[in-house]
Design a protein around this ligand. Structure first.
Ligand code: COA
Length: 329
């Protein structure tokens, strides 16, 4: 699904924000928790540490920090926001949505606010939806957030999964503009792969597991790895073709930060040296829907990504879901 149209309204990134909980969990600490080693984790994933939310810190809190920073960095007020889309797999409550709770925290009233659930592709989905609201003239200034306390759905005795994930939030404000901005977004899903990466319980099915704190991520790592590399490789081509661009036109890759080896494969596909790839995976691990906006925020804040440069974002996650966006910053 491409949304490049002869439309004069585009969306453009006005500001970004990010927030990571204070507590850092290192690979060395994990060595004392499960049968693993810093060497194994680092060589297989590139992850050295991850941030873990405090017991009294929730997805909404992380989202609020990142959102306030993004709005401030955009030079805007909360009252300028007329759409809120939050991507999360770990909402604080069954309902209201995290987006509605965030809206109240930010003292914003009346504008549409809703969550999207596409796990690690969640931010790309949310960003694509918000881009379409702006392109159709429905919204002028959208707050798009990826926020997760993924540590709460991790079995900390399962070495296959507990070494991979962390908590955090990233936020992006996008505004209507008369030039791109966002060139195109591309979203995909195939639910046939649901059982390869899932939490096999929820409110309707096996609520007891949720109530007893046993609703955990289960993953077939090798299969997920292969599918991620294949589908992300294909979506890179799809994204470039939709915009009649070549890989030489891409200045920066901002990938979902699941595994350094997956990121390496996509950078190679784009013929981009790793210096042109924004990497946070070593310090943050996989923060699911938060990872792409956190990486984008880091790339912009540290002065790497400059105005006018072309950026590709891409992600893959449970569902399976996968997606990308190509934009001019
Ligand atoms: N420490 C030590 N050993 C571990 C381990 C850990 N934390 N986790 C798994 N292992 C073991 C497994 O039990 C298995 O042992 P066995 O062969 O005795 O059964 C072995 O390591 C698997 O090794 P290998 O096949 O070399 O692993 P890998 O190269 O496929 O790497 C992953 C494993 C999980 C890092 C990799 O498959 C991966 O990153 N997959 C994608 C995960 C992901 O990104 N998920 C989120 C997507 S959004």
């Amino acid at each position: 699904m491409s949304n490049r149209e002869s439309n004069t309204v585009y969306s453009r990134i006005a500001g970004t924000g990010g927030y990571l909980p204070e507590r850092i969990l290192t690979n060395q600490e994990l060595e004392a928790m499960v049968d693993t080693s810093d060497e194994w984790i680092t060589s297989r994933t590139g992850i050295q540490q991850r941030h873990i939310a405090a017991d009294n810190e929730f997805t909404l809190d992380l989202a609020e920090h990142a959102s306030r920073q993004a709005i401030s960095n955009a030079g805007l007020q909360t009252s300028d926001i007329d759409l809120i889309v939050v991507a999360t797999t770990t909402p604080d409550q069954v309902f209201p949505s995290t987006a509605c709770l965030l809206q109240s925290r930010l003292d914003i009233h009346g504008c549409p606010a809703f969550d999207v659930q596409a796990v690690c592709t969640g931010f790309v989905y949310a960003f694509s939806v918000a881009d379409k609201f702006i392109r159709t003239g429905t919204s002028r200034c959208a707050l798009v957030v990826g926020a997760e306390t993924f540590s709460r759905i991790i079995d900390w005795t399962d070495r296959n999964t507990c070494v991979l994930f962390g908590d955090g939030a990233g936020a992006v404000v996008i505004q209507a503009h008369d030039a791109p901005g966002v060139y195109s977004t591309h979203l995909h899903a195939d639910g046939d792969y649901a059982s390869l990466l899932h939490v096999p319980s929820g409110v309707s099915n096996n609520l007891a597991a949720v109530q007893e704190g046993r609703a955990y991520v289960e993953m077939s790592g090798t299969e997920v790895f292969k599918m991620a590399v294949n589908t992300l490789g294909r979506i890179v081509d799809e994204t470039l073709e939709a915009n009649q661009m070549t890989r030489d036109d891409v200045d920066w890759l901002v990938p979902h930060q699941a595994n350094l080896r997956i990121i390496n494969a996509i950078a190679k596909k784009l013929n981009l040296p790793m210096e042109k790839v924004i990497l946070t995976v070593a310090q943050q691990g996989n923060t699911s829907a938060a990872s792409i906006p956190l990486a984008l925020h880091e790339g912009i804040t540290n002065g790497n990504i400059q105005r006018g440069e072309t950026v590709m974002i891409e992600g893959f996650g449970g569902g399976f879901t996968w997606g990308s966006a190509l934009l001019r910053y």
